[in-house]
Design a protein around this ligand. Structure first.
Ligand SMILES: [Mg+2]
Length: 214
């Protein structure tokens, strides 16, 4: 059965933590260009805390329990905007996945709930040069390809997120600290969109490794 189960969702979160650690310097560099340069270190601290929190979560009862714990930890441990935004997204995804497994349609609905939480908290629209500009096309790609299987859908979502990051380059930021720069925010990728790409890439990696397609 093509489902996301508890070991797989744990692997996803651990892949995110590994990617954040590996890409910390790059995220910091991106945030230094148009923000305050703390995005890499904030996320790294957050996901280090998430790994510790998941180690103490024995026998999670549902896929959602893992994501809810992840979100709550990010909210309590990460400063700046990214902790509350990603934390709310993971909590919303957790609430949407009460079962021991999630099929592609259920997982797509959870990703949509995550995006809705981000948009609500951040009051951000597509084109504002934020996380939303990577998560929105990633979700659309996942939904479009969900019936081809989870691994393929996650791969499509990761590619769409990457394109979403590139598409933030010419945008002028209208939300977050980068918006203080006005036109000077043009010409740089959004660091939040870049970290969202990592989240979707990590999903594709986890699915590719644990559940080879075909
Ligand atoms: Mg920052």
């Amino acid at each position: 059965m093509d489902v996301i189960d508890i070991p797989l969702v744990l692997a996803w979160v651990r892949e995110i933590a590994a990617a954040v650690e590996q890409q910390e310097a790059r995220l910091t560099e991106l945030d230094s260009a148009i923000g305050d340069g703390d995005h890499g270190s904030n996320l790294r601290r957050g996901f280090t805390a998430v790994l510790a929190a998941l180690d103490t979560l024995d026998e999670p009862a549902s896929v959602g329990a893992v994501l809810t714990r992840t979100g709550s930890t990010l909210i309590s441990k990460v400063g700046g905007a990214s902790g509350p935004l990603y934390g709310s997204a993971f909590r919303a995804m957790g609430a949407a996945l009460p079962g021991e497994t999630a099929d592609p349609a259920e997982f797509a609905a959870a990703l949509a709930a995550g995006l809705a939480a981000i948009r609500k908290l951040g009051a951000a629209e597509p084109g504002d040069k934020t996380v939303v500009d990577a998560w929105t096309p990633a979700l659309a790609a996942f939904e479009r390809t969900a019936d081809t299987g989870l691994a393929a859908a996650a791969g499509s979502a990761a590619e769409a997120a990457a394109q979403g990051v590139l598409d933030t380059v010419p945008l002028q930021a209208r939300k977050g600290r980068a918006s203080y720069l006005g036109p000077r925010s043009v010409g740089h990728p959004d660091p939040g969109a870049a970290s969202t790409e990592l989240i979707f890439r990590a999903l594709a990696t986890a699915l590719g490794r644990l559940k080879p397609s075909g």
